[in-house]
Design a protein around this ligand. Structure first.
Ligand SMILES: Cc1ncc(COP(=O)(O)O)c(C=O)c1O
Length: 369
C-alpha cells in the first residue's frame, strides 16, 4: 500500500459538467450550446500561414529550449507587452498561467493571499496543494480601507474577472496597484482575459517597474492557444525571477520549444500579427454583440456591473444553470465561484460569451417563448 500526502485539492467540477452535457447530447441526439467553458470559441486562430514559417527539422524545435525561455520570444514580449520598458531578465517563459501561479504561490513569502470574492476555483486548489492561506476581498474600496492590515499579505487581481467578466478602468487599477505596492503588499496580476481585448497598450509598462508587482500572463486566452501550455511571469526582482526559473527547471525541464517558436512567430512576423489581429477582431466583435444582446433582453445580472462594466469573456446572467439547461444551454452556477456570497449567487450562472453571436442569439431567443 503506497502512503500518500493528500492536498485536499479537487479536479475542476467545471470539466465534470462538460462531460455530463456531452453524454446528454449523445443520448438525446440533440445539440447543446456550450457556455460552460473558459475558452474563446467564436473562431479558432487561423495558423495556416504561420505554420509554414516553422522548420521542424531544426535543433531549436527538436532539442531542449534554453532554460529561461527563448531569448527572441522574451524580446518580443518586452516589445509588445511592455513597450520595450523592461528587460528580458525580468521575463520567465512558463507553461501557462496555472504553472505561473503555482510557481509564484510556492515561492513568494506572504501570510495570506487575498482573492476576489468571486474567483476562479483553481486559485484555491493550487494554494491548498502549496499549503498557503487565503482570504477574500470584495472590492477595491475594501482593499484601500484596510491597507494597514494587508501589510505582509498578497492581493490577487483578475481583470476582466473570471467568473464575473467585469472590468475596472485601467486608471483605477493602476491607482490601486500603486497604493498596494507602496505599502509593501505583494500584488499578483493574473488577468489572462485582458489580452483578448487589448494589444500593445501601456498597462503592463506602467506597473511592470513596481517592486512588489508580479505579472502572470498566458497565451491561452489572448491568442486562443490553451493547448500549447505557454505563458510568462514578469517581475523586476532578480532574486524572485532566479528562484522561479530554478523551480520551473526542476519541475518540467523547461518549456516546450514548439510552443515558444509558434508564439514568437505570432508576435513577430507579418503573417503572425495578421492571424492574431483577425482572431482578436472576430472574437471581440461577437463578445460585444453577445453582451449587448443579453443586456437588452434583461438576462444580464446587472447587480455585478455597478462600479465596473461587463467586458467578457464571461458574464453572469440571472438564470440558474438548471433553467438554462432546459433550453439546451450549458452554464455553471455562480455558486461554484464563491465561498463568501452564496446568497448573491442564487439563481445566477456564469456563461462564456466568446461564442458566435448568431448561435448564442438562436438559443437565448427561445427562453420565455
Ligand atoms: C483567471 C484565470 N487565470 C489563469 C488561467 C490559466 O490558464 P492557463 O493555465 O491555460 O494559462 C485561467 C484559465 O482558465 C483563468 O481563468
Amino acid at each position: 500500500m503506497i502512503k500518500i500526502k493528500k492536498s485536499g485539492a479537487n479536479y475542476s467540477q467545471i470539466s465534470a459538467i462538460g462531460e455530463k452535457i456531452r453524454k446528454l447530447e449523445k443520448s438525446t441526439g440533440e445539440e447543446y450550446l456550450y457556455l460552460n467553458q473558459g475558452v474563446n470559441a467564436v473562431v479558432p486562430i487561423d495558423l495556416s500561414k504561420v505554420i509554414p514559417l516553422i522548420d521542424f527539422n531544426t535543433r531549436e524545435i527538436q532539442v531542449y529550449a534554453p532554460q529561461k525561455g527563448r531569448l527572441q520570444l522574451k524580446h518580443a514580449i518586452n516589445k509588445i507587452y511592455f513597450q520595450g520598458t523592461t528587460s528580458v531578465d525580468n521575463i520567465l517563459i512558463d507553461n501557462g498561467g496555472m504553472s505561473g501561479l503555482d510557481l509564484v504561490f510556492q515561492t513568494a513569502v506572504f501570510n495570506k493571499v487575498f482573492l476576489p470574492s468571486f474567483y476562479w476555483g483553481s486559485y484555491v486548489n493550487i494554494l491548498k496543494i502549496r499549503n498557503k492561506s487565503f482570504d477574500f476581498y470584495d472590492d477595491f474600496w475594501q482593499l484601500e480601507e484596510n491597507i494597514e492590515a494587508l501589510k505582509g499579505n498578497a492581493v490577487l487581481i483578475c481583470d476582466p474577472n473570471n467568473p464575473l467578466g467585469n472590468k475596472y478602468s485601467d486608471k483605477e487599477l493602476i491607482k490601486l496597484i500603486s497604493l498596494l505596492n507602496d505599502n509593501q503588499i505583494t500584488v499578483i496580476i493574473d488577468s489572462p482575459y485582458r489580452g483578448v481585448f487589448y494589444s500593445n497598450d501601456s498597462f503592463y509598462a506602467q506597473i511592470g517597474n513596481l517592486a512588489n508587482v508580479i505579472i502572470v500572463e498566458s497565451f491561452s486566452k489572448s491568442i486562443g492557444l490553451s493547448g500549447q501550455r505557454i505563458g510568462f511571469v514578469h517581475s523586476n526582482s532578480n532574486e524572485l525571477m532566479n528562484e522561479l526559473g530554478i523551480r520551473l527547471m526542476y519541475a518540467s525541464n523547461g518549456v516546450n520549444a514548439f510552443a515558444q517558436l509558434l508564439v514568437e512567430k505570432l508576435l513577430t512576423t507579418k503573417e503572425g500579427k495578421e492571424a492574431t489581429k483577425a482572431f482578436k477582431d472576430k472574437t471581440t466583435k461577437d463578445i460585444l454583440l453577445n453582451i449587448n444582446y443579453l443586456r437588452v433582453k434583461g438576462f444580464l445580472a446587472e447587480e455585478f456591473y455597478q462600479d465596473s462594466h461587463p467586458k467578457g469573456i464571461f458574464v453572469v446572467v440571472n438564470l440558474s444553470a438548471d433553467s438554462l439547461l432546459k433550453y439546451h444551454i450549458a452554464a455553471i452556477d455562480l455558486d461554484f465561484f464563491t465561498q463568501k456570497y452564496k446568497d448573491k449567487a442564487v439563481g445566477r450562472s456564469r456563461i462564456c460569451v466568446s461564442v458566435p453571436h448568431e448561435r448564442l442569439k438562436y438559443y437565448f431567443d427561445k427562453i420565455g417563448q
